[in-house]
Design a protein around this ligand. Structure first.
Ligand SMILES: Nc1ncnc2c1ncn2[C@@H]1O[C@H](COP(=O)(O)OP(=O)(O)OP(=O)(O)O)[C@@H](O)[C@H]1O
Ligand SMILES: [Mg+2]
Length: 51
């Protein structure tokens, strides 16, 4: 297991940006996050990076 996220919520500026996000990445796996503009992809990666 390389990365596990369980039930991640992120609120920025009083708005809930991410709600109940869970994902799992195993060694050798490639996981892609897909979504329309402004749906929270960068917010997810910033959260994983601790930014
Ligand atoms: N620092 C912040 N404060 C308040 N709202 C924010 C902040 N950063 C991002 N948001 C909002 O969070 C939502 C998700 O933004 P985010 O940049 O994560 O989306 P994205 O999926 O990466 O978009 P794109 O495809 O355009 O790159 C947007 O509504 C954005 O306005
Ligand atoms: Mg982005």
């Amino acid at each position: 297991m390389l990365l596990t996220i369980n039930n991640l919520d992120v609120t920025l500026g009083g708005l809930q940006i991410l709600q109940d996000v869970s994902l799992h990445v195993d060694e050798g796996e490639l996981v892609v996050v897909v979504g329309a503009n402004g749906t929270g992809k960068s917010t997810l990666l910033r959260s994983i990076s601790g930014m």
